[in-house]
Design a protein around this ligand. Structure first.
Ligand code: SF4
Length: 383
């Protein structure tokens, strides 16, 4: 099924909540495991927004809000109420989509109802797996039943846009396990599903275990079979694959994440949060203490990571857009950047086409089935 990935939103706001109960062994997102101090964190986020307001143009409304982490569901509804009250007069915040990431454990009706009343209309639940074996292998603290109860509570609270995250390729997983995870997820009728292959990043516990030979991941051929099984099953159940790892029922693509893949502006607040603004990639350091200190002294902690010149911006728009199943409209990129990507990257494109990784269809450059499996290699051709 074809699901349109039209970006709609012009810009978005990301808020990072850097607190977790415990560190999962595969996770390389920035978070600390001490209890959240809501008052000081709220003050810092609002101070950061105020400093950014001097640069962020009024005429570029932030049309999506995404609260990610860490574990945003550790913070109270009162925190989010005060945060939204504080942000609205500072930034041009007019979100049509407001997502909160949540861990299943302890997600109760009252909590979710309060979030819904604040305007959150999309919930992304980190289910990861529906088998005890899978959750244990991933070092997660919740049970499959926690996820089922969380989904039920979210529906009762009025969430009509629910996304579930699944991880596949965990140690010991076979095709049957994956099929069961997908069936269990489908049984909960979410509007959106994200299926990520487990990757082992440097600095994580899994990385150390892998180095020590104490972690065994599924072999390559099994992973390929998993990559093939997921779209087959989800598409047969009415989901459209619109990005390498993301599937939605019609009308339920994630507007916020589409901003990233369309290289549109976004503002990120909080430690480790990234922004893209006026051709610059910016990032706050992964350091909660430094973040609080810097904002306490009235300074933005942000560091410029990269300034994109015209050709580099076009290149990035091209390879990010290729992650989308609808591909990239070469003419639209040409109008947007004033350079013709078909000419500028003619040799890269023909090399990738010769390898069977991309193809042209109605003026759009798209990944082939093989290209979807080898997306990282495609990206290397544009670096
Ligand atoms: S996976 Fe989620 S809950 Fe686990 S450490 Fe990472 S951010 Fe925290």
């Amino acid at each position: 099924m074809e699901v349109t990935a039209n970006p709609e939103a012009r810009a978005g706001l990301y808020l990072h909540i850097p607190f977790c109960r415990a560190k999962c062994p595969y996770c390389d997102f920035y978070s600390v495991t001490r209890p959240p101090e809501e008052t000081s964190y709220l003050a810092a986020l609002l101070a950061e927004a105020k400093l950014w307001a001097e640069f962020w143009p009024e005429e570029l409304p932030l049309e999506t809000l995404y609260v990610g982490g860490g574990t945003p569901s550790l913070l109270s509804p009162r925190f989010y109420e005060r945060l939204l009250e504080g942000l609205l007069p500072i930034l041009p915040l007019a979100p049509r989509e407001m997502t909160l990431e949540a861990n299943p454990e302890g997600l109760r009706f009252g909590y979710l109802k309060a979030l819904r009343e604040l305007g959150f209309n999309r919930l992304s639940i980190g289910a990861q797996s529906f088998s005890e074996k899978g959750l244990r292998a991933l070092g997660r603290r919740h049970s499959p039943e926690d996820t089922r109860q969380a989904v039920e509570a979210a529906r009762q609270a009025g969430f009509e846009n629910l996304s579930l995250d699944l991880i596949f390729g965990w140690p010991g997983q076979d095709l049957h396990d994956l099929e069961e995870d997908l069936s269990a997820a489908l049984a909960l009728s979410p509007e959106h599903l994200s299926c990520y292959e487990l990757t082992v990043e440097e600095g994580t516990s899994f990385y150390r275990l892998l180095q020590e030979g104490r972690l065994t991941l599924p072999p390559e051929d099994l992973l390929v079979a998993m990559h093939e099984m997921i779209p087959e099953i989800l598409e047969a159940h009415g989901f459209g694959r619109y990005e390498i790892s993301n599937y939605a029922r019609p009308g339920f693509t994630c507007r916020h994440n589409l901003l990233y893949w369309h290289l549109k502006p976004y503002l990120g607040l909080g430690p480790a949060a990234a922004s893209f603004f006026q051709g610059k990639h910016l990032r706050n350091p992964e350091d909660l203490e430094g973040y609080l200190r810097s904002l306490g002294e009235g300074r933005l902690p942000v560091q410029v990571e990269e300034v994109l010149e015209e050709e580099a911006a076009l290149k990035e728009a091209l390879f990010l857009g290729l992650r989308l199943l609808e591909g990239v409209d070469l003419e639209e990129l040409s109008r947007r950047f004033g350079r013709d990507p078909a000419q500028l990257f003619a040799s890269e494109i023909s090399r990738l086409a010769a390898l069977g990784l991309v193809h042209l269809e109605g003026g759009r450059l798209k990944l082939t089935k093989k290209g979807l499996l080898l997306a990282n290699q495609v990206q290397l051709h544009f670096l």
